[in-house]
Structure formats: structure tokens, C-alpha cells
Design a protein around this ligand. Structure first.
Ligand code: ATP
Ligand code: MG
Length: 322
């Protein structure tokens, strides 16, 4: 059975469609990402899925329960990590955890909390004020909070927004470990291509409220084409040998685009005169290229069309100043 089933989900604000007929399913134990630029509709979708806002139409089923018809059951069954600050800085870590347990109606939370804090290597922070935690520690406490009620799905809205490279990869490991250890399904949103690529089993690309494609990172990359063979050649290189291929030459560098199903790396190598090649590399197609192919513009270009979310910017600034 699929843990998450979303069918024809629509959310309108006046005449504007923030979520436009979105459908997808997520299997038990999958790490699934909704990837898209600012304003694509990621937070709106995740808020509907976590019962925080009602959809205009369409259905969303979490673990067999309809979010509109059984919001309480759904809430008890999920963990939620918002992109904005969710810890109370004035409370100790343990007080934050107790508050969350009370909110979710989890009574035997203490032993679970201690086991998780130990597992994440931050048991020594129990008495610390949340305001004094480093960003990495905060994230670990937030994941602990999300796991307290033994959820079947954890939702994360842009879990690594504003984190440095080291903390981001630490968090990716932690999310994978959490999935493996607790057998939970993880649904997250991101606008980082590398995050979706390295962390997720499957990705749904969303653009302007619509799902453009869904698949494994490999499958999406393959939509971008077969990659590029980059050659650095000497002056005597015979261009006629590559006449039948799709290439661009700039000075001593030649980029040969592998056309899907027509060319392979090996078939290209067989054609070229390697004696006149001083360097050679294969560039694999990237998710960025796939995004451009599928939507007609880059993520950055789509974000330019969209006003900056100053609230989010301000929150990040506040966090950075702490
Ligand atoms: N309450 C609201 N009223 C009107 N418009 C809204 C409301 N909430 C969201 N929107 C609009 O819906 C669209 C999608 O917003 P959403 O927050 O879902 O995007 P997002 O993909 O999460 O973007 P980001 O990457 O910036 O977080 C945006 O154009 C946004 O301005
Ligand atoms: Mg968002």
C-alpha cells in the first residue's frame, strides 16, 4: 500500500492557482522530494498534506486516512518539521520535547526522547536552552521532536535551508539513518538540486503549481539527454571524424553531446582519433539540465518571476544573528 496518495490536488487563492491539479504517490519507507523554485507551491502542498490548510479540491490520503475527513488521526500519525523556527528558544531542550509530546498527546515520551538524543549524539544538551544550540544541534532536536510520536511519515519543509555545506551533508546522513532505523517514510521539499539528487529515492519536480515529472534521480537525469563528452584536442585533430555527431568546438575544446539512444560513450570513442586528444572527460547530465528541458527555463529564471519571501529571509537573518 502507498503511504501517501495525492490525487488532483488544487489550492486557489482568489483566481490564482498555487497548487494546480497535483497527483503523486509515495511508497512506505521512501525518501521523496518535491523539488522546485521559490513560489512553485511546495509549502502549500506540504501544508495541505499535514492538515494545516484545507485544499480547494482533490484528495490527500496519509496511511489510509483522508486529511480532510480525519485530520486528528493524520496529525497523530505524522511528524512535521517546518522550515521556520519551531523550537522555543527560551525553553530547555527537554522542555521543548515535553511540549511537543503534550501537543501530540504522547504520554510515554521521555524514554523515547532520551534514546533519540543519545542516538543523535546530543544527550548532553537536554538542559540547554534551545536558543544556545548550534544550527546542527537544533536540526537534531527537531528530528527528535518529529519522531516522538513514532510517526509513519515525517514531513520536512526545506530541511537544510540556510545551512552550511558540512551541516547539510550531516543532515542528509541523519535523514537516511532515521529512515533506515525507524522505517518511516520521509517527504520533503527542497529547491536544492544536489539535495534531491543525493538524498532522495524519487523526486517530483514542481513548477508554477504543476508537477512536471516524477521519477528517480537517474531517470530524471536521463531525460536531460545522454551527457557530454569533452575533448581537449591538438591542432591536427581531424574534425571530419566527428562529422556525424552533435558537437560544438571552442578553441581546443570540443563538446560532443550524446544523443539519447543514438550515441554512447563507447561509440563516440570509436569514431575519434585519440592520438590527437590530450584530455577527455564525460560530463553526466545534471538535474539542472533536466529541469531546463522539462520546464523551458532555469530554476533561477523562474524565481525571478516571483517576489522574494521577505518573511523567510528575515527569519534566516534572525537565526544567523543568534
Ligand atoms: N495565503 C496565501 N494567500 C495568497 N497567496 C498565497 C498564500 N500562500 C501562498 N501563496 C502563493 O502561492 C504560491 C506558492 O507558494 P508556496 O509558499 O507554496 O511556494 P514554495 O514552493 O513553498 O516557495 P518557497 O521555495 O519560496 O518556499 C506563491 O505564489 C505564494 O505567493
Ligand atoms: Mg516554501
Amino acid at each position: 500500500m502507498d503511504t501517501i496518495v495525492v490525487r488532483n490536488l488544487v489550492k486557489t487563492y482568489g483566481a490564482f492557482k498555487a497548487v494546480d491539479n497535483v497527483s503523486f504517490s509515495v511508497k512506505q519507507g521512501e525518501i521523496f522530494a518535491l523539488l522546485g523554485p521559490n513560489g512553485a507551491g511546495k509549502t502549500t502542498t506540504i501544508k495541505i498534506m499535514t492538515t494545516l490548510i484545507p485544499q480547494t479540491s482533490g484528495i490527500c490520503i496519509i496511511n489510509g486516512h483522508d486529511v480532510r475527513k480525519e485530520p486528528r488521526v493524520v496529525k497523530r500519525d505524522i511528524g512535521w518539521i517546518a522550515s521556520e523556527v519551531i523550537l522555543d528558544d527560551d525553553l530547555q531542550v527537554i522542555e521543548n520535547l515535553k511540549l511537543q509530546a503534550d501537543l501530540q498527546g504522547v504520554s510515554d515520551w521521555y524514554a523515547t526522547a532520551m534514546r533519540l538524543l543519545e542516538y543523535f549524539g546530543i544527550k548532553n544538551t537536554v538542559k540547554m536552552r534551545a536558543g544556545n544550540l548550534s544550527t546542527g544541534m537544533r536540526k537534531k532536536v527537531e528530528i527528535t521532536m518529529a519522531l516522538l510520536g513514532d510517526p509513519s511519515v515525517i514531513f520536512m519543509d526545506e530541511p537544510t535551508l540556510g545551512l552550511d555545506v558540512g551541516t547539510r551533508s550531516m543532515l542528509w546522513d541523519l535523514i537516511k539513518k532515521t529512515r533506515d532505523e525507524h522505517k518511516v517514510t520521509i517527504f520533503l521539499t527542497t529547491h536544492y538540486m544536489d539535495e534531491a539528487d543525493q538524498l532522495c529515492d524519487r523526486i517530483a519536480i514542481i513548477s508554477k503549481g504543476k508537477i512536471v515529472t516524477i521519477g528517480t534521480p537517474e531517470k530524471l537525469r536521463s531525460k536531460a539527454g545522454g551527457g557530454v563528452v569533452v575533448l581537449t584536442v591538438t591542432g591536427e585533430f581531424s574534425m571530419s571524424s566527428i562529422r556525424s555527431l552533435s558537437y560544438k568546438r571552442q578553441g581546443n575544446e570540443i563538446k560532443i553531446h550524446l544523443r539519447k539512444s543514438k550515441d554512447s560513450f563507447v561509440s563516440v570513442l570509436k569514431k575519434i582519433d585519440l592520438f590527437q586528444v590530450s584530455a577527455l572527460r564525460l560530463e553526466k547530465p545534471s538535474l539542472d539540465t533536466a529541469f531546463i528541458k522539462l520546464t523551458g527555463s532555469t530554476m533561477a529564471e523562474q524565481e525571478e518571476d516571483h517576489p522574494i519571501d521577505y518573511r523567510k529571509f528575515y527569519r534566516q537573518l534572525q537565526r544567523a544573528r543568534q
